[in-house]
Design a protein around this ligand. Structure first.
Ligand code: TRP
Length: 347
């Protein structure tokens, strides 16, 4: 019999999700919800760690992400969708974990290091940003997650979470929290249309709600091989964005292998490839787009799903925080402090 995992993963609501999310994680989550207990966290608190000046932007994108989840087929009967900021236990746990991690360790976290550079924080790193791995450890452990589907850039987060788990368990003298494991996607990171890292802010990604026209224009603009001028010239497959997308989404991978061979050899034009990709992406996105726009006319329903999921998540996370407070940190509602005080008063 196979193991049933607690699966936890999340997204920062800084914009609608795009095809990169679909290839790298949403597809995996659709499969996971068939077997495991899954929670998806809309990580609005984490989004504030690098968007503190844009709270309205983060707030506005919470519903966009929820819409994307439901539109791709995340089933609220199987997957719990919860809003991070409405779970006080997460802040509680993060506060406790802060005592178990050194600043030096946080500064060594490769993901944080890379992101500090990317965002140009240099010396002016918001403390909340530096500490977001701790908050993420709180997310993961609050649900006693054992499986965390993430991109390879998030592996250091899992390692750091497990270090915290071991410290908590050592303090408690028992296994209050389980260690977790990263589930890495097999698809390599999907590049942006221009060949650089795909991101919502760079505007080089294809949104899950993209219109047929937007898809066609994005594929038209895709970076291929600048040295491949005529169809008869040999072309490069590596770094060619069209092939990266065909690798990720073409159901006929044998045909893709053949196309690659012909492209390398010479005799296959970009136009043919781009035509194939446009059709394929339209086929993939059309039903998602349709569900997304139908759901967008009933935001009350979407809100009710997130609310119900958050209520369930609140119970679970409260329970874990209670255990950690009590077992690892000797924090109890009626504690020794007050009884010692009572003894003093009565003597
Ligand atoms: N850090 C993740 C990202 O930027 C989002 C996230 C928040 C997350 N909490 C999480 C991922 C917990 C996995 C587990 O995409």
């Amino acid at each position: 019999m196979s193991i049933i995992h607690n699966v936890l993963t999340g997204d920062r609501p800084t914009g609608p999700l795009h095809l990169g999310h679909y290839a790298g994680s949403l597809r995996t989550r659709l499969a996971l919800q068939e077997v495991h207990r899954q929670t998806l966290l809309i990580a609005d608190l984490q989004a504030l760690t690098d968007n503190a000046g844009r709270p309205a932007h983060v707030a506005a994108n919470v519903m966009e992400v929820a819409l994307d989840y439901l539109a791709v087929g995340i089933d609220p009967e199987r997957t719990n969708i919860a809003l991070q900021s409405q779970l006080p236990a997460l802040a509680d746990l993060a506060m406790l974990y802060l005592n178990l991690v050194t600043v030096a360790r946080l500064e060594r976290n490769p993901t944080v290091k890379a992101e500090i550079e990317l965002r140009g924080f240099a010396r002016d790193i918001p403390a909340g940003f530096l500490c977001y791995p701790i908050s993420q450890a709180a997310d993961i452990t609050a649900f006693r997650a054992t499986l965390v589907p993430v991109g390879d850039d998030q592996v250091p987060m899992i390692e750091q979470t497990n270090e915290i788990v071991r410290r908590v368990n050592r303090l408690a003298g028992c296994a209050v929290l389980p260690e977790c494991e990263a589930l890495l996607s097999h698809t390599p990171r999907l590049p942006g249309v221009d060949g650089r890292k795909a991101s919502k802010s760079a505007g080089n990604a294809i949104a899950l709600g993209a219109t047929a026209d937007e898809i066609a224009r994005a594929v038209q603009a895709m970076y291929t091989d600048p040295g491949h001028l005529r169809a008869s010239d040999p072309g490069r497959v590596e770094g060619n964005v069209v092939f990266a997308y065909l690798d990720a989404f073409d159901p006929n991978q044998a045909a893709v292998a053949e196309l690659k061979a012909r492209y390398r050899h010479g005799g296959l034009g970009d136009v043919v490839l781009k035509r194939r990709l446009t059709d394929l992406l339209e086929h993939l996105i059309a039903p998602i787009r349709a569900r997304r726009s139908a759901l967008a006319t009933d935001l009350e329903y979407v809100r009710s799903i997130v609310e119900a999921g958050t209520d369930i998540a609140r119970d679970i996370s409260d329970g874990t925080a209670r255990d950690v407070r009590h077992q690892a940190f000797a924090l109890d509602a009626i504690d020794v402090g007050s009884s010692a005080l009572l003894r003093q008063v009565s003597s």
